[in-house]
Design a protein around this ligand. Sequence first.
Ligand SMILES: *[C@@H]1O[C@H](CO)[C@@H](O)[C@H](O)[C@H]1NC(C)=O
Ligand SMILES: *[C@@H]1O[C@H](CO)[C@@H](O)[C@H](O)[C@H]1NC(C)=O
Length: 427
Amino acid sequence: MARPSSKHASLKLVLICLALLGFALIADYIWASSSRFSYSLSIASNWAPPYHPDTSIPVTTKPDSANPTKGEAAKGGKDVNPGRALSATFADLPAPELTWKKMTTAPVPRLDGAAIQIKNLLFVFAGYGTIDSVHSHVDVYNFTDNTWGGRFDMPKEMAHSHLGMATDGRYIYVVTGQYGPQCRGPTAHTFVLDTETRQWQDMPPLPVPRYAPATQLWRGRLHVMGGSMENRHTPALEHWSLAVKDGKALEKEWRSEIPIPRGGPHRACIVVDDRLYVIGGQEGDFMAKPGSPIFKCSRRNEVVYSDVYMLDDDMKWKVLPSMPKPDSHIEFAWVVVNNSIVIVGGTTDKHPQTKKMVLNGEVFQFSLRLQQWSVIGKLPFRVKTTLVGYWDGWLYFTSGQRDKGPDDPSPKKVIGEMWRTKLKLIL
Ligand SMILES: *[C@@H]1O[C@H](CO)[C@@H](O)[C@H](O)[C@H]1NC(C)=O
Ligand SMILES: *[C@@H]1O[C@H](CO)[C@@H](O)[C@H](O)[C@H]1NC(C)=O
C-alpha cells in the first residue's frame, strides 16, 4: 500500500485545523446562546431546594470560560467542562412547531404521579400536590367527551409517587413507590386494580422496596427492574418478575431475572411486539436530609441517560440507538402508535454552569421498524413526569412540572393542565 506523500499529510493537517476551527466556532455559538440563562440563579421554589453543601458549587457572577467549574468538577465529578467544550446536551433541540389546544384542567395538579390508558380512559394516580402533600386518589379522563370524572380512592397503604405500573387492558398492577411527601422512602406494597369494578386487591410485596423502578407486563409476567434503593439515590440493578393472570398472582414470590445493565429511576418501560424496552432515566436523585423529621428533600448529584435497552427471546439485554438527548422522568410520558414509541418531555442533563435541573420540551419518536429516533415536535412548554395518552389521532399530556418560561428551562410550577395536539409521525 502506498504511503501518503508529505503533500497529502500537510493537506490533511490543514483540513484538521479547519475542522477544529469550525468546532470552536460552533461551541462558541452554543456557549453564547446558553449563557443567557446561566446567571439568573434564584432557587426560591420548594421544588428546587437549595443544593446540599456536598453538591453545591460556588456561583460566579461572570462567565469564565478559561476555568472549569469548581465544586463537583473539582471533586472529580463528570462536569469538568471548560466553557468552550460544553456538551450542550441541556439545550433545546430544533423541533417542528405543533398546534396545542388546552383542554379541561385536571381536578388537582400532580407531580410524579402515574397514568395508565385503557381504551378511551386515562387513569391518573396519586402524585404530589405540593412538596408537603400527596394525593391518595385516582382521577379519570374520558377521551371521548374530554371530561374529568370518576374519582375514586387508592388503598391507604399504596405509595403516593414514583410507582411502577402496568396493565393487561383491564387490570392495573401497581408496584412499590414512595410513601408520603417530601423525600420519604419507598414501600414494597403492591396492588392490583380491576378497572371495571374499581376494586383493589393486594399482591405479593416486592422482595425489597424500590423507588421509581421500570415496570411492565411481558409474556404473562409482571417485570420490575432498576429504580433507586430505599435511600432514593443509589441505583439498583435487580430485576424481578411475578406470573400474573386476570388480576391474580399465580406465584407467591417474585423470581429473580437478569439484572438491568444500568440501574436508577424514572425510565420509560414499554412492551411492543413481544419485546421489552427500557429507555432513558437517571442515576441518583434527591434524598432526605439526614436527621430531618419531615424527610426534607435535598438535592444530590444526578446523571441523566439517553440509553435504550431491549430484551427479547434471548433474555439478554441488547443496546439500541440512544435518544437524541438524555431524558429522564418519562415513566408515564409515552405512547405506542403505529409501531413507533412517542415520548413527551422529561428532564435532561443539568445546566453545566448553574447546575440547575433542565427540563425537555421536545416530543420524540422512535420508529421500531427503522430503529431510528427523531424529534417530531415542540411542546407548549418544557415539562417533566408528564402523563400521556393517545386517542383518535390526538396526543394528550397532563400533569407534571413545567419550566419557568421560554428562557429558563428549570422546573417551577406543578400543573394539572391537559393539552392535546394532532399527532404527526414522521417516519
Ligand atoms: C365517556 O364518554 C362517553 C361520551 O360521553 C360516554 O358514552 C362514556 O360512558 C364515558 N365513559 C365513562 C367510563 O364515563
Ligand atoms: C397510523 O397508521 C394509519 C394507517 O396507515 C394511518 O391512517 C394513521 O394516520 C397513522 N397515525 C399516525 C399518527 O401517524
